[in-house]
Design a protein around this ligand. Structure first.
Ligand SMILES: Cc1cc2nc3c(=O)[nH]c(=O)nc-3n(C[C@H](O)[C@H](O)[C@H](O)COP(=O)(O)OP(=O)(O)OC[C@H]3O[C@@H](n4cnc5c(N)ncnc54)[C@H](O)[C@@H]3O)c2cc1C
Length: 466
C-alpha cells in the first residue's frame, strides 16, 4: 500500500491499513499531519484559543472581576503578546506533527519524505509503480498493489493579490507575524476568513472584513451568521458587505485593497482567504485513469474509489467536504474497502461541523433552509441561550440552540448550536441524528442542572407534539 499525502486523509488510512496487515508506505513532502496539522486546523485553533480567552473577559465587569495596576487606578486592559502566541502556535503544530510520525513509525508504517507521482502503467499482476523524489533529491520507485491519493489542497491565490508572505498573506503565512497588525483586512468571509477576522479582532487588531455577500458566512445557518456578524460589529470590526476585492497591492509600510466599486481600503496587512485548490496537478492522475473534475478535484464514490483500478482518494483533493474529520473517514473507508474489511459508505448527513468564532457555531444534519423550502417535512425549534440558567450565571449573552425533527417519525434530523464551546455541545445532537433517536428519547436523558446541555433537552421537549 502506498499513500501519497500524510494529512488526516493519509495518516488515518495508514493506521487502518497497517492494522489490517498491509505493508504501508506514506509519501509526504511537507511534514506528517499535512496541512491540517502544520498550517490549517492545529495552528488556527491554537491561535483562536488565545483570542477566545480574551473575549471571555468581556463579561469580567459584570461578574465582578477587575484588576489592580495600570496608571491612576486604571485596571489596564489585557493584551496578547503576538511573538509568544505565534511561537506557541508553531511549536504546538510541530510537536503534533512529530507525535503523528512517531505513532505511525511505532505501528510499523514506513514514512518517506518526498513528493510522489503515480505511473500510468499497470503490471500484468495489477500492481503499479509510484515515483518518489525525496526531499534529499533522490529518485525512488515503489511497487504497490493499492494507492491512496490524499494530497489535500493549497490556498487559492488570486493573480491580482499575490501573497508576499510579509503584508499580503495566505492563512498558512499568518503565523509569522510577531506583532498585532495595525490594521488587518481579511478578504473572504467564509469559514476561514470569519475565523481569522474574529480571532485578530479579539487579539486587539482593527479588522476590516471584505464580504462579497449580504452577510458573512454565506451558506451557513442564517440566524447563526447574523448573530456572528452582529457580534463582530459590536466588537468594533468593520464588515464591508456586498464588497469584492479587485486587487491587493503592496504600498509603503502596508497594503492597499482595491474593491470592485472603486473604493480603496489601506491597511498594514491583508489576509486573502478565498478557498483552496486541490493539489492534484502533475502527479500522473489523468494518465493513470483517475477522473478529475474541471476544478481539479478527484472524483470518488462513497467508498473512496476513483475510476482507476485500485486507486483510492481521500480528503480535500476530492472536494467532498473540506473537513479533517471527513478526510480521515474517507481514508479509513478506502482502506477497509481495499483490504476487504466490513465497510459502510460515507454518510455526509451525519457530519458535524464547527466554526471556531466566539461564540462558536456548530451544525449537524439538515438545514432550516431545507425545511422551509419544503424539501424536508421537518419541525423547527429555537431556544435563545440567555434563557438557560447556567448561561445566566456565566454571563453568556449571545447564542441559541436549534433543533430539527422529522414530522412523521419524531426523529432528530439536525441542529445548530451557537454558544461558547458549541463544538462540544453539538455531540449529543450528533448522536441523536446518527442513531436516529426521537426528540422524546433525547429529551428524556438526564442533563446536569445547571448546564448548557439543559437547553438541548429543553429544545427536544418543545418538539414533543410537532
Ligand atoms: C485555516 C483552516 C482551518 C481549518 N480548520 C479546520 C477545523 O477546525 N476542523 C476541520 O475539520 N477542518 C478544518 N480545516 C480543513 C482541514 O484542514 C482539511 O479538511 C484537511 O487538512 C484535509 O486533510 P487532507 O488529508 O485531505 O489534506 P492535508 O491536510 O492538506 O494534507 C495533505 C498533505 O499531502 C501533501 N502532498 C500533496 N501532494 C503531495 C505529493 N505529490 N507527494 C507527497 N505529499 C504530497 C501535502 O504537502 C500535505 O501535507 C481547516 C482548513 C483551513 C484552511
Amino acid at each position: 500500500m502506498v499513500i501519497i499525502g500524510g494529512g488526516p486523509g493519509g495518516y488515518e488510512a495508514a493506521l487502518v491499513a497497517q492494522q489490517l496487515g498491509a505493508h504501508v508506505h506514506v509519501v509526504e513532502r511537507q511534514g506528517m499531519g499535512g496541512s491540517a496539522v502544520l498550517t490549517d486546523v492545529v495552528p488556527s485553533k491554537t491561535l483562536i484559543a488565545t483570542a477566545e480567552w480574551l473575549t471571555v473577559t468581556e463579561q469580567a465587569g459584570e461578574l465582578g472581576i477587575g484588576a489592580d495596576g495600570g496608571p491612576d487606578g486604571d485596571p489596564g486592559t489585557l493584551r496578547a503578546d503576538m511573538d509568544t502566541v505565534d511561537r506557541r502556535v508553531v511549536r504546538l503544530a510541530a510537536k503534533q506533527s512529530k507525535d503523528i510520525r512517531t505513532r505511525l513509525e511505532r505501528e510499523g508504517v514506513t514514512i518517506i519524505s518526498g513528493t510522489g507521482r503515480i505511473d500510468a502503467e499497470i503490471s500484468a499482476q495489477g500492481s503499479r509503480r509510484i515515483f518518489v523524489t525525496t526531499t534529499a533529491g533522490e529518485e525512488l520507485e515503489l511497487e504497490t498493489d493499492i494507492v491512496l491519493v490524499a494530497t489535500g489542497a493549497t490556498p487559492r491565490v488570486l493573480p491580482s493579490a499575490q501573497p508576499d508572505g510579509e503584508r499580503i498573506l495566505t492563512w498558512a503565512q499568518m503565523y509569522n507575524l510577531t506583532e498585532i497588525p495595525e490594521h488587518l483586512v481579511v478578504v473572504g468571509s467564509g469559514v476561514t476568513g470569519a475565523e481569522f477576522a474574529g480571532a485578530y479582532n479579539a487579539l486587539g487588531a482593527p479588522v476590516t472584513l471584505v464580504s462579497s455577500r449580504d452577510r458573512v458566512l454565506p451558506g451557513e445557518d442564517e440566524h447563526a451568521a447574523e448573530l456572528i456578524e452582529a457580534v463582530f460589529r459590536r466588537r468594533g470590526m468593520t464588515v464591508l458587505s456586498r464588497s469584492r476585492a479587485a486587487a491587493v497591492r503592496r504600498v509603503d509600510h502596508g497594503v492597499e485593497v482595491e474593491l470592485t466599486d472603486g473604493r480603496v481600503v489601506t491597511a498594514s496587512h491583508c489576509l486573502v482567504a478565498v478557498g483552496g485548490v486541490p493539489a492534484t496537478d502533475g502527479i500522473g492522475l489523468t494518465e493513470a485513469g483517475v477522473e478529475v473534475s474541471d476544478s481539479g478535484h478527484i472524483k470518488v464514490d462513497r467508498v473512496s474509489r476513483t475510476r482507476a483500478f485500485r486507486v483510492y482518494a481521500a480528503g480535500d483533493c476530492t472536494g467532498v467536504l473540506p473537513l479533517a474529520s471527513v478526510a480521515a473517514m474517507q481514508g479509513r473507508i478506502a482502506m477497509w474497502h481495499a483490504l476487504g474489511d466490513a465497510v459502510s459508505p460515507l454518510d455526509l448527513d451525519t457530519v458535524a461541523a464547527n466554526i471556531f468564532t466566539a461564540p462558536e457555531i456548530a451544525t449537524i444534519g439538515v438545514t432550516q433552509k431545507q425545511i422551509e423550502s419544503g424539501e424536508i417535512d421537518g419541525a423547527i425549534t429555537r431556544l435563545p441561550i440567555t434563557r438557560n440558567p447556567r448561561a445566566k450565571m456565566l454571563g453568556i449573552k449571545e447564542g441559541f440552540v436549534k433543533l430539527f425533527s422529522d414530522r412523521s417519525t419524531g426523529t432528530v434530523i439536525g441542529g445548530v448550536v451557537v454558544a461558547p464551546r458549541a463544538s462540544e455541545l453539538i455531540y449529543p445532537i450528533t448522536i441523536a441524528v446518527t442513531q436516529r433517536l426521537t426528540v422524546d428519547q433525547l429529551a428524556n436523558v438526564f442533563t446536569i442542572y445547571p448546564s448548557l446541555t439543559g437547553s438541548i433537552a429543553e429544545a427536544a421537549r418543545t418538539l414533543h407534539r410537532a
